[in-house]
Design a protein around this ligand. Sequence first.
Ligand SMILES: *Cc1c(COP(=O)(O)O)cnc(C)c1O
Length: 368
Amino acid sequence: MSGKEQHYINEAFDTNWIAPLGPNVDGFEASLAEFTGARHALSLSSGTAAIHLSLLMLGVRTGDCVICQSFTFSASANPISYLGASPVLVDSEAETWNMCPGALEDAIQACIDSPDSKKPKAIIVVHLYGMPAKMEKILAVAARYGIPVIEDAAEALGSEINGKKCGSFGLLGILSFNGNKIITTSGGGALLSEDEQLINRARFLATQARDPAPHYQHSEIGYNYRMSNILAGVGRAQMQVLEERIARRRWIYDFYRELLAGSEGVSFFPEPKGSYSNRWLTTILINPEKTGGINREDIRLALEAENIESRPLWKPMHQQPVFSHYPFFKTGVSDMLFEQGLCLPSGTGMTNSDLDRIAAALKKALNF
Ligand SMILES: *Cc1c(COP(=O)(O)O)cnc(C)c1O
């Protein structure tokens, strides 16, 4: 926390705005829209809820196909299943680790050419670890087939492509303020769009689909997905330290990169030209053929022995027991990333002496 959260929470209590609406909700939404450059923002109870509402509004229903990046956290794909639709999983390219535009096109074509000829209803692209996906190419493929794009920017608040913020490229963009993200409301999310009608529709669905009537009347199934005015107060204070947090995360990435610069077999994840990553997590790849046999698991366990937590990269959806039977369009990149990749401790709460301790453990694990 930044220290300023209590101010907004107290204000909510003092004015008795303890509800999923109120001045903090309005203030948080306005600051999200201003920061991301998206015209409209709607705060919600989670990023997952934002994806679920996005798919609902795009008319996804039982039997439909939705394209989803395979290399992601399961929350990107779960809402497809909530609606009885099927994910079609698309592998990554090596430069950004996100959806490969060529594999995306193959996937769309295969859906259209299948016996029941189903054009996918939506494309869910993710900016994993804060690294922007190749949006220009992905949007071009999507436009050619007339398929709307949902941009999962849960890990990429503050990341940019040529100065334009992630979350503002797709028809709909989603953010997360879960506890592990770059800023947090302890739990929460948001939906971003240029399209006011879509945001109004999402607000309606997220507020139990209550019709405008003096009594409670419902013509549609609704959801309880709004963010509370208390949590939005936390969000308002967190927005004030977002730039600082991004600067620190980027500093941590540079720290590790310099530390391991001379280490054969360890590679970093450079930003392609024009891209700016919030460096949510610092990730490295460890190629055991070049480290003298030391692999990702050796390093993870060596760190763990010193009470330092690190973690393999996301296990791709096509390798998950719950999604492995769905169609998958492979490049081989996400399998390699899962095998060789490690997320290093990246929290902005770490002190420089924490980082020195990690540095010593990493050098020892890598024998240099
Ligand atoms: C965290 C996350 C989500 C889900 O957000 P919640 O707010 O936890 O529901 C979705 N996609 C990705 C890539 C995430 O990292």
